[in-house]
Design a protein around this ligand. Structure first.
Ligand SMILES: Cc1cc2nc3c(=O)[nH]c(=O)nc-3n(C[C@H](O)[C@H](O)[C@H](O)COP(=O)(O)OP(=O)(O)OC[C@H]3O[C@@H](n4cnc5c(N)ncnc54)[C@H](O)[C@@H]3O)c2cc1C
Length: 373
């Protein structure tokens, strides 16, 4: 039996970053079902930090996370957490209004350049001639999820915290002010605070604990990699996204990757790419660019898990003392992880509120429950 102060369920970016922050104040143990950290969503993302994603709250969390990536603290400074990659949002003539609206929203968060046809094609020569409007943020970051996960793990361990892998939580009960947790293998842990950072499984973990669920919806997204046309200066390419949620692509280890930005509802699972979305990725790539997608070198899928209002939930449960929700990281869990971890630290340990632009009420899990009459 192990008795830490805080138990964290989930060794993805959410659980590990929160655990690393909490370990400065308390004895923290992370329980991860898989053999390695980041096996699910955190290891399958497009790894970008950009602002053309989510709403104002998500953008504020992203902005608040930037200093961490630009100037990482001690345990994270061994390897860079990412590298600069320009972000280009492009539009056809009939999409100009949507681009104008996005430009106005993003201008609060990033220094943007407005591009005409020549500017769009100078930044991304692969786009077809009908991409005639664009906005560019030259300061996007292509994150390194491995460095980020390992940095958090180092920070956790440096502060005396522990990670247990192959430790799938199978039973949870609350008695005498502590959460008693048993893994599939029969190992037992108990702590007064239980952080539910189980990603797509967070509602399943709540059910085990007899806590009201949030109505989380995992949605599958697919990525393929393939060769760029011969002679393409791949490393100079941006992360290029259509103004609507149709397609993004970017350089990937000497090749290109692309996603049709699919959002197929799924149960929590080890997500696998579906042939339909793989074909859609290739089709949209050929529709929007001059690239002919030949052999597909690799393909993968991961789950992006949303709350009903697409904002994350970071809060103690209203119906269970010491049960803390850290869920609904959607498609922005990596780029917002430093700010979210600091918020968890503030709410659990009482450190000063770290994100002045974000109202705590916007993150409370209680917003999903009807108040008693
Ligand atoms: C294709 C794709 C592209 C994306 N692009 C971006 C991007 O460009 N930028 C960005 O910031 N984000 C992006 N995301 C989103 C980002 O990957 C997620 O928001 C983030 O990884 C969620 O982290 P998590 O820790 O909540 O979930 P996960 O990484 O899934 O971690 C949850 C962990 O909980 C564990 N677990 C579940 N149940 C139990 C249990 N009973 N006992 C013990 N452990 C359990 C699981 O094994 C899992 O490891 C993308 C996601 C996808 C799929």
């Amino acid at each position: 039996m192990s008795n830490p102060d805080i138990l964290v369920i989930g060794g993805g970016i959410a659980g590990l970053s929160a655990a690393a922050a909490l370990a400065n104040h308390a004895h923290v143990v992370v329980l991860e079902a898989e053999e390695q950290v980041g096996y699910h969503s955190s290891g399958r993302s497009a790894t970008m930090l950009h602002y053309a994603l989510g709403d104002r709250l998500v953008r504020a969390l992203t902005l608040a996370s930037r200093p961490f990536f630009d100037d990482p603290p001690g345990a994270f400074s061994e390897v860079p957490l990412g590298r600069r990659m320009p972000v280009l949002v492009h539009a056809r003539e009939e999409e100009q209004d949507a681009l104008d609206a996005l430009h106005a929203e993003l201008a609060v968060f990033a220094e943007l350049e407005r591009l005409d046809r020549a500017g769009v094609h100078e930044l991304c020569p692969l786009l077809k001639g009908d991409a005639i409007h664009g906005i560019a943020d030259r300061n996007g970051i292509r994150l390194d999820p491995h460095a980020l996960l390992q940095g958090n793990l180092r920070q956790l361990r440096n502060s005396g915290g522990e990670l247990r892998t192959a430790a799938r939580v199978a039973a949870i009960e609350y008695a005498e002010r502590v959460w008693n947790v048993t893994t599939e293998k029969g190992d037992r842990f108990s702590a007064p605070i239980l952080v539910n950072a189980a990603g797509s499984w967070a509602d399943e973990v709540a059910k085990l604990a007899n806590v009201q669920t949030l109505g989380l919806q995992p949605r599958r997204r697919t990525i393929i990699t393939f060769d760029a046309p011969t002679g393409t200066r791949i490393e100079g390419l941006p992360f290029a996204k259509t103004v609507g949620d149709e397609l993004y692509f970017a350089p990937e280890s000497g090749r290109l990757f692309a996603s049709p930005m699919d959002e197929v509802p799924s149960d929590p699972c080890d997500a696998q790419p579906d042939e339909l979305e793989v074909a859609l990725a290739a089709h949209r790539m050929e529709e929007r660019t001059i690239v002919k997608v030949g052999r597909i070198h690799s393909r993968w899928a991961g789950l992006r898990t949303f709350t009903p209002d697409h904002r994350p939930a970071l809060d103690f449960a209203v119906d269970a003392p010491g049960f803390f929700w850290l869920a609904g990281q959607g498609g922005f869990g990596l780029q917002t992880s430093p700010a979210m971890a600091a918020i968890v630290e503030s709410l659990i340990v009482g450190t000063p509120w770290p994100v002045p632009d974000v109202m705590p009420a916007n993150l409370l899990a209680a917003r999903f429950f009807r108040q008693p009459a």
